[in-house]
Ligand binder design. Structure first.
Ligand SMILES: [Zn+2]
Length: 264
C-alpha cells in the first residue's frame, strides 16, 4: 500500500530496542482504522485506507519532531457490510474488528505505553471505534482518543447537497484521490446517485438524525456511489487534504498534551 507516513513516524519501522527507548508515558501512538470496500466504478477498494494514510502522513509531517508521535500499521479491514454484494468488498464483523483493536490495545498497554489514538476514516467503523476507545480506557487504563476523517475541517466550496449526502465515493473522496493517487481514479467511469435531497424534509434520514433508517448500498445505489464525483478536481483535493491535515495535526498535538481536568 502506498504510504505518506514519514519514515521517522512509522512505528513498524522501529526495532524493538528503539521502541524500548521511547518515553512510555509521553509517546502517542495512532492506530488508523479504515476499509477495503467498493467505491463505485471509479475509485479503488483501498480509498478509505489511502485517504487515512494521506491525511495522517501530511499531519505527522507538520508535527514537531520533538513530540514522540507514531503511526501504527493500519487496520485496513473494516466493518463494511453495508457494501456487501459488490465484488472486492472485504468486510470483517463488528466482533472481529473490535477484537483486533482490543488486542492491539492490549499489546500497547503490555509494552507500557499509555496513549492511543484511534484514527478512523470509514463510516461503518465509527460506532465501533467509539465503543473501543472507552473499552480500552476501562480495561487497560490507556488514555484513548478518537479522531475522524478530516478532523472537522470542511471541504470549502462544496455544495450543501454534496456535503450532506456525498457519503461515499462522491466529490470529496474523489478529489482527495485525484490529488493523492490520480493513477487510481477513473473519471470516465463516474456515476452519481443521491439517496435524499437536502431540500426535502423527510422525517427519517439515512444517518446523523434523531430518526434514521438502516441502509445497504445495493438497495439504494446500484453503482455503489452515494454522492456525485463529477465536480471533483485535484486542486480541491490538495486544498482539502492540506486543511484536513492541519486539523488532524492540531488534534494530535492536543492529544499529546492532554491532561484531564478533575473536578473539585
Ligand atoms: Zn470511502
Amino acid at each position: 500500500m502506498k504510504t505518506w507516513i514519514p519514515d521517522a513516524r512509522n512505528f513498524s519501522y522501529l526495532t524493538w530496542k528503539q521502541v524500548d527507548a521511547l518515553p512510555r508515558e509521553k509517546t502517542l501512538l495512532v492506530l488508523p482504522t479504515a476499509a477495503i470496500e467498493q467505491h463505485g466504478h471509479h475509485l479503488p477498494l483501498a480509498t478509505d485506507t489511502l485517504i487515512n494514510n494521506l491525511l495522517l502522513g501530511k499531519a505527522l509531517a507538520q508535527v514537531s519532531t520533538e513530540m514522540p508521535i507514531y503511526a501504527l500499521p493500519p487496520v485496513c479491514y473494516g466493518k463494511s457490510n453495508e457494501h456487501i454484494g459488490f465484488p472486492g468488498t472485504l468486510s470483517v464483523s463488528a466482533q472481529t474488528f473490535m477484537a483486533v483493536v482490543r488486542d492491539v490495545g492490549a499489546s500497547i498497554a503490555a509494552a507500557g505505553f499509555k496513549k492511543l489514538v484511534l484514527y478512523n476514516t470509514h463510516g461503518g467503523n465509527t460506532s465501533l471505534v467509539d465503543v473501543m476507545a472507552r473499552d480500552l480506557r476501562a480495561e487497560f487504563g490507556l488514555r484513548t482518543f478518537t479522531l475522524f476523517g478530516s478532523g472537522g475541517a470542511g471541504a470549502e466550496g462544496i455544495s450543501q447537497q454534496e456535503k450532506t449526502y456525498g457519503f461515499h465515493a462522491g466529490e470529496v473522496e474523489t478529489a482527495l484521490l485525484l490529488h493523492g493517487t490520480p493513477e487510481l481514479v477513473h473519471p470516465q467511469e463516474y456515476t452519481a446517485n443521491y439517496i435524499a435531497r437536502v431540500e426535502e424534509s423527510a422525517l427519517l434520514k439515512p444517518e446523523g438524525s434523531a430518526a434514521n433508517f438502516a441502509w445497504l448500498t445495493k438497495d439504494i445505489a446500484p453503482s455503489g456511489v452515494l454522492g456525485d464525483p463529477t465536480a471533483a478536481t485535484a486542486e480541491n483535493g490538495e486544498r482539502w487534504a492540506t486543511a484536513a491535515a492541519t486539523r488532524v495535526a492540531e488534534a494530535l498535538v492536543a492529544m499529546y498534551n492532554f491532561v484531564p481536568r478533575h473536578g473539585a
